[in-house]
Design a protein around this ligand. Sequence first.
Ligand SMILES: [Zn+2]
Length: 463
Amino acid sequence: MPSLTFLGAARTVTGSKYLLEVNSSRVLVDCGLFQGLKELRLRNWQPLPVPAESIGAVVLTHAHIDHSGFLPRLFAEGFRGRVFCTPGTADLCGIVLPDAGRLAEEDAREANRHGYSKHAPALPLFTEADAMNVLPRLQPVGYDRPVPVAPDVTVSFTSAGHLLGSAFAALDLSVNGGRQRRVLFSGDIGRYDRPVLPDPSSVDEADVLLVESTYGDRRHDPDDDGERLAGIVRDTVERGGKVIIPAFAIGRVEEIIYWLKRLEEARRIPVVPVFLDSPMAVEALKHYGRRSNELDPDMQGSRGDLSSFMTRRFQTVATARRSMELVDSRIPAVVISSSGMATGGRVLNHLRAALPNSRNTVLFSGYQAAGTRGRRLVDGEREVKIHGDLVPVNARIEQLHSMSAHADSEELLRWLGGFRRAPAKTFVVHGEPETADVFAATVRQRLGWQVQVPEYLDQAELP
Ligand SMILES: [Zn+2]
C-alpha cells in the first residue's frame, strides 16, 4: 500500500513537505521551511522521521521558501538524490536558497553581536555553502513531460499560475504489479484573470488530491483596476511620506511594479521614485523577462529585460550602503523590499525608520502567516520588535489581498470544478486550522467529495 506522511503544511501554511512511499521508493514532495510561530520554526531543527539519505528523490512544486527552503538542510543531513522541478523553479531556487542561507548566517551573526538570542552562540539553520551544495541536485523538467523520479514513480508538471515555474505535480505510481495510481499535489494555486502570470491550468483527474487552502475561507476583494493601490500611493506622497512595500522577492514584486507602471502611465499616480531594494528580486525579475513565454498573454513578447516592468523613476538598489542611504532619505517614494512577511531582510531597516512616522504607509501585498511581524502589523499592534528594539507603529498599515498570488475560496472551487470525477481521497493542506476546516466543509457540501484535513506527522494509506 503506498502511503503519504504529512511532514508540513498540515493545519498551517508553511513547511510544505509530504513523504510519499511506494514499494521501496521514498519521494519527498516539496521541501519547505516552517515560518512564523516559534513552535513551527522549531520543527525546522528537528530531524525528519526517516533518514535523509533514504529519500530517493525530491519533487518541488515551486521555489517559494516555504516549499523549497529545507533543501540545504536535507542535503546537509545526507540526501544525495535528485530534485525534480520545472526550469523556472530551478532558476528561482538558484536565487532564493543561497540568499536564505546568507540571511540565516547574518541573523545568527547579528544575534550573537547584540546578544539577543537565547542560544549562545546562535547558529544558522543552514549556510550559503549548504545551499550551494544542493543546487547541482536540481533536475529541471519542462511542463507536460512525464519523467521517472524513482522506481515506480513518475512525475509530470502542469502550470499552476502562482509564480514563475510553479506547477501542479502529478505523481503516477505503479503499485502491486502495474496498478496505476495518480496523486496530485496542488502546491500553491494561482489566480484567474490576473496580469503577469497565466491562469492555473485545469486538472481533470487524480485518485488522491492534496489541495492548498490558504484563502479557503475568504474571497479576495473584487478587482478594482489598481484603484486602492493608486489611492494609497497618492495619499502617502501627498503627506510627504514613503510607501514601504514588504514583498516576497520572488512572485509579488513583479505584479506590484507591473501595476505601478500601469498606474503611472495612466497618470493615476504621480511620477515618484520607485526603489526595488532587493538584489534577489532584481535577479528574479530578470528570469521573468527571460521566460516571458511562460507568463500571462499580456506579458508575451516583452523584451526579455526589465523594461516591461520599469516606471519612469525606477531604480534598483544594489549595495547595503545604498540601501541604508535610502532608509535615511526623506524623499517621498515607493520602496519595495523583502522579506514579504517582514521576518528578515532589508525591509526591516525600512520599517524601523518608517513605522514611527504617520506620514508613511506600510503596504502588505501577500498572505501574512501567524506569528510573523507582518501579521502583527496587519492585526494592528501598536509596537513591534525589530532587531531587539521596540518600534512604535504610527505609520498607516494597509493590506492588499487582491494582490495575493493565491486563489481565494471561489477560485479554488473553480479549479476543483475541472475534475471529471471525484478523487477517492482529498486532503486539504496548506491552510491555518480554521481555514482548512471551513474549506474542507465547503468542498464536502458543494462537491460531495471525501475530504480530510490531516495533522502534522499524520500518515495516510493511499487507496
Ligand atoms: Zn507559494
